[in-house]
Design a protein around this ligand. Structure first.
Ligand code: IPE
Ligand code: IPE
Ligand code: MG
Length: 612
């Protein structure tokens, strides 16, 4: 019997984009009745709660719409729980918390008895979303119950980033998983956040008539002080000159934030249409706010049907055309009982591919187990010079370098190396220009999203600090860490925004914190205590540290772990390196004598002397 969530081949065909010109087939037709009903409920909830969002979701390919409804219905349910007038704040908070906790349990179980959560769990598992990133947003909704006051725009923006951006990010991941990435360039992230701020401000202005009677005035004090008396007027529901001026200024600000003409550059055209139409609808909404006058404090204004149709009709046409030209990836059937956050190692193992063989058929050397390093760390250097040598811009070198990363992983798996650590981006590399930084980080993101490494028995870990990194990259790395955490053949640690001194400083701070909390006595702090407070306390010492590109320095790489590493420097630029170079490095390592401060073995020395 089919489980409630499996897709048959027919379903999958139905979910694929239709050939050009024909409407996309309904993607839910083959689902079990309870799941279909759950998604339909989400669809209705979204349509009733937020017709604008509903119209935008209709611009998505049919196969992604149910996911859009599920996400938005969840937002609506949580908002309703937080705002319901029939309960005291403490009770409302408890309801939001209970819903959030139930979602966690449902995600672990892979199903739910609540229809909105059922649909959300199905979407998350089917499309490999990471709903844990919504946790902060849900906590923020819970805290909204106590009422919000913002001193300035910075506080307001922090709230918006915490409460709204994670939901929009989930939609973006949905597109990404389907192969129509809404990927933002690194230098466009601020534009994106400002765009979401613009959307939030538009919503707040629209909903004044419902928020104010509940005591919520969600504009920062900094914005209100410029209009004396405005706060009182608003709280009393009085339409005054000050109110009119404030509204005029706020709508102008929202319009400015929504104008991010370069944000969608490089996005899939269909995804860009969704963003552009969202901006058009919100601008129309702001026009409606501007023209509402005193009625703004009585009911939420809406743009007229004519205006909406003028925006949506051509957008629908363009979106249909864009999607009809795109072949989307539809996820395979969900394995019953397997959740995205807890992969089942036994089932996974069967699916692991062996690494593809070396193009010349080269095989790894035979090295005695006790001569093998456990941990090889590589400073992947020389990308820029490799590109210069060929008259190419430096970013091309970083793109070319990704092939060498794959080679290292294949070589490590073939030779049975358990730990490989790669230095991809240092805390000092921020000194480079934006174009180059963007390419390096995009190459990393691309490797994580689409890399052939995904299906190998490789546990991926990230070492470094999230500061300044694009949120999307951080989320992807965290997701991959979770997804691969039960894999065993190779632990691949990628150091991104990593600096050895930064690591040591943070570890020292963690120790100081532990001492202050009385968990550790500073008089007895030893090396083991320090090691336990490192970001990855289980990472073993480096046996072999290899740098390509001809430089003979360690550039702030793993100072704690590599104090006794054997050093290996080679002249070739990183993009020219392949797995045979790793094997060569390991072979040389196997011939070295490591002493760790002890005296050389006397037997060896006397044998050598005797043979001279
Ligand atoms: C290493 O190559 C990659 C990173 C530092 C991210 P480089 O970009 O340092 O290349 P060179 O050393 O300038 O040739
Ligand atoms: C070290 O290379 C950092 C990485 C490989 C990620 P750099 O090229 O940045 O090092 P320096 O500046 O030559 O020491
Ligand atoms: Mg370099």
């Amino acid at each position: 019997m089919r489980t409630t969530t499996q897709l048959t081949t027919a379903d999958r065909k139905a979910a694929l984009p239709a050939p050009q010109g024909r409407p996309i087939a309904r993607s839910l037709s083959g689902e079990a009745p309870d799941l279909r009903a759950a998604y339909r409920l989400c669809q209705r909830t979204t349509r009733q709660h937020d017709p604008g969002i509903y119209a935008l979701i209709q611009l998505m390919p049919a196969v992604l719409r149910p996911g859009g409804w599920a996400l938005w219905a969840a937002v609506s349910v949580l908002d309703d729980l937080a705002d319901s007038r029939d309960a005291e704040p403490a009770e409302r908070e408890a309801r939001v918390e209970a819903w959030t906790r139930a979602l966690q349990d449902d995600l672990a179980a892979g199903t739910s008895t609540d229809p909105v959560r059922h649909a959300l769990v199905d979407t998350a598992l089917r499309w490999h979303l990471d709903p844990s990133s919504l946790q902060g947003a849900m906590t923020s909704t819970r805290e909204d119950v106590r009422g919000r006051r913002f001193a300035d725009w910075d506080q307001w923006r922090a709230w918006c980033t915490e409460a709204v951006v994670p939901w929009v990010d989930q939609l973006r991941h949905l597109f990404e998983q389907a192969g129509a990435p809404m990927t933002l360039r690194l230098d466009r992230h601020k534009d994106y956040e400002q765009f979401v701020d613009g959307a939030q401000l538009t919503d707040i202005l629209t909903d004044l008539s419902t928020d104010l009677p509940q005591g919520d005035l969600l504009l920062p004090h900094e914005a209100l002080v410029a209009f004396p008396g405005v706060e009182d007027d608003l709280r009393q529901g009085r339409w005054s000159r000050a109110v009119a001026e404030l509204i005029g200024e706020m709508t102008a600000l929202a319009r400015q934030w929504l104008s991010q003409p370069t944000m969608t550059r490089g996005m899939h055209p269909g995804a860009a249409i969704v963003f552009d139409t969202a901006a058009d609808l919100m601008r129309a909404q702001l026009d409606a706010v501007d023209t509402a006058g005193p009625a703004l404090l009585k009911r939420a204004p809406r743009p007229s049907l004519v205006v909406r149709t003028r925006i949506l009709a051509p957008a629908r046409l363009r979106a249909t055309m864009a999607w009809s030209l795109t072949s989307l990836t539809v996820p395979g059937p969900r394995r019953p009982g397997v959740t995205s956050s807890r992969p089942c190692p036994a089932t996974e193992e069967a699916a692991f591919r062996p690494p593809p063989p070396h193009r010349d058929g080269a095989r790894p050397p035979q090295i005695a187990a006790d001569q093998m390093p456990s941990h090889v760390a590589i400073i992947m250097d020389g990308n820029g010079r490799w590109a210069n040598q060929r008259g190419l811009p430096r970013p091309e070198g970083h793109r070319a370098g990704t092939a060498a990363v794959r080679e290292m992983v294949y070589g490590a798996l073939e030779t049975g190396l358990p730990h490989l650590t790669l230095y991809a981006f240092s805390t000092e590399n921020w000194k480079r220009d934006t174009e180059e930084i963007t390419t390096i980080l995009e190459a990393i993101q691309h490797g994580l999203d689409e890399g052939p490494i995904r299906d190998l028995d490789v546990r991926q870990r990230w070492l470094g600090h999230p500061d300044k990194l694009p949120e999307e990259l951080v989320q992807t790395m965290r997701r991959e860490e979770r997804r691969t955490r039960n894999r065993t053949a190779l632990t691949l640690t990628v150091c991104i925004n990593y600096g050895g001194r930064d690591e040591i400083t943070r570890t020292a701070a963690a120790l100081a914190q532990a001492a202050r909390a009385g968990e550790i006595d500073p008089r007895f702090i030893g090396e083991d205590d320090f090691a336990r407070h490192l970001p990855h306390p289980d990472m073993p010492d480096v046996d072999l540290l290899w740098r390509t590109g001809g430089e003979h320095r360690t550039s702030n790489f793993l100072p704690w772990h590599a104090t006794y590493a054997e050093l290996h420097f080679t002249p070739h630029y990183w993009p020219d390196v392949d797995r045979r170079d790793l094997w060569q490095a390991i072979t040389e390592y196997s011939r070295r004598q490591r002493r760790h401060g002890a005296a050389p073995l006397t037997t060896t020395r006397s044998t050598v002397q005797a043979s001279r």
